[in-house]
Design a protein around this ligand. Structure first.
Ligand code: TRP
Length: 451
């Protein structure tokens, strides 16, 4: 057995985990959900979900990983026993990471395409009317979607190939601060726009009349997705954490960073949207259609668009590497493979699995009923399956295991080691035992249409 790799420093771990959390979920998904669900009230419920459900599950995931010193499958084997049913929670995580990364990479590929168009000045040169059909053309062109998807997977494999501290940590240390700076530059610009006040009012104003129960459940699902919970990504990163590092404190930092970036993204996007009289509620196409249209009318558009889409690519890359790291570490820990072989093989399998997603929009190449499941195309089916079912189920398993089944002394010991936040232990356990499982069950009942 070779010695397990570890992070070089706690800040390296925090940046890598924040890199996993901050992704398309913050910049693409959060603003459009906020727009669709009426703004402020959604944001408020989201914040409650992060603090009361997301944070406790994150602590649990990191704690399981560090106490077992193994990736998801091995972690449950060593903590619950080789033949235990809990090992299925680990398997579910490995499966989820394959599924999510396969379509996540397609969206990331679109971001690469937009970055390319922006850098070369073509996006802006088209003008508002010319920008509108760009997304449709990309979505429907199988060769383009496919090529960008494969290129993005290539980048992801290259980072994971380098290992924990020389690959994942090193790149997170470069990409995360760059991302923060780009975000602040864009925020500064948004601040100077006429629509800024309207945007602040939209994002932070309390509009009780807009409350819907669907919005509340979407907020919970988004908290899981955005904090990278439920599939063992945080568990795997936790397994590389040193024993003397503080889990509770790190989890708070990661959650605050992730939430701050989601809120700042909204404050970058909505002023742009409002200043050019566009609608905030256009759904998933917000970032790929409405934003470029608004951007194309602004002074300095080429630079702004390049910054924005490069930011999206950076954010997606640090998230994608955390997903590939889950499958890679499975092959290393459970099959005894070399990292390089594991990273390439897992990456190639994900790249192949993503092909139907990349082809989903191209009905010319793939009759949509040919790849349809659940009356959706392949891409939408994967997203539906993963976000509504696999992640919450994994989260439920992790919460129940940590709260009700894990060895108490081991749990207490790992929570305390390195932490000055011992007063939180009781509250954490209480939330994990009761509130978290109930909240997740509500998501399920909603998904099957019972509430
Ligand atoms: N959190 C990332 C985002 O917001 C996506 C992500 C990375 C993820 N790893 C994950 C989601 C693990 C669920 C589980 O874009």
């Amino acid at each position: 057995m070779t010695k397990r790799s570890h992070w070089n420093s706690r800040i390296g771990f925090v940046l890598a985990a924040a890199g996993s959390a901050v992704g398309l979920g913050n910049i693409w998904r959060f603003p459009y959900l906020t727009g669709e669900n009426g703004g402020g009230i959604f944001v408020l419920i989201y914040l409650a979900c992060v603090a009361l459900v997301g944070l406790p599950v994150m602590v649990a995931e990191i704690l399981i990983g560090r106490s077992a010193q193994s990736s998801p499958v091995g972690a449950f084997k060593s903590l619950a026993g080789h033949t235990s049913k809990w090992v299925w929670v680990g398997w579910l995580g490995v499966c989820s990471s394959f599924v999510i990364l396969s379509y996540y990479s397609v969206v990331a590929g679109w971001s690469l395409h937009y970055t390319w168009l922006s850098v070369t000045g073509r996006l802006v040169g088209l003008g508002p009317e010319g920008v509108k059909p760009v997304f449709g053309e990309l979505y429907q062109s199988a060769p383009m979607s496919l090529a960008w998807h494969l290129l993005f997977m290539g980048l992801t494999i290259a980072v994971v190939f380098g290992g924990v501290s020389k690959g994942v940590e090193r790149w997170s240390r470069i990409l995360m601060p760059a991302l923060l700076i780009m975000m602040l530059v864009l925020l500064g610009h948004a601040f100077s726009l006429d629509g800024f006040t309207q945007a602040v009012h939209f994002v932070f104003g309390f509009h009780a009349d807009k409350f819907t129960s669907i919005g509340a459940l979407e907020a919970l699902g988004q908290a899981f997705f955005s904090l990278s919970l439920g599939m063992g990504a945080m568990l795997t990163y936790g397994s590389y954490l040193h024993r003397e590092d503080d889990i509770m404190g790190s989890s708070i930092t990661i959650s605050v960073l992730d939430t701050a970036i989601a809120l700042i993204s909204s404050l970058v996007l909505f002023p742009i949207i409002f200043s050019y009289g566009m609608e905030p509620s256009t759904g998933p196409s917000l970032v790929f259609i409405s934003v470029p249209i608004a951007l194309s009318q602004m002074p300095g558009a080429t630079i702004l668009a390049t910054l924005f889409f490069a930011l999206l690519v950076f954010a997606a890359l640090t998230s994608a590497i955390s997903m590939l790291e889950v499958t890679t570490s499975y092959f290393i820990d459970e099959r005894g493979w070399q990292r390089r072989r594991a990273a390439v093989l897992a990456g190639v399998v994900v790249a192949i699995m993503g092909i139907p997603s990349a082809l989903s929009g191209g009905t010319r190449y793939f009759g949509s009923d040919l790849v349809s499941l659940l009356n959706k195309n392949w891409f939408d089916s994967m997203d539906y399956l993963a976000s509504n079912w696999m992640l919450p189920l994994g989260g439920l398993g992790i919460a129940l295991f940590t709260a009700w089944r894990m060895d108490e002394a081991l749990r207490y010991d790992h929570f305390l080691s390195g932490s000055r936040l011992r007063i939180f232990y009781k509250w954490w356990l209480l939330l994990l035992k009761f509130l978290v499982p109930v909240a997740i069950l509500l998501v399920f009942l909603h998904a099957v249409g019972l509430i």
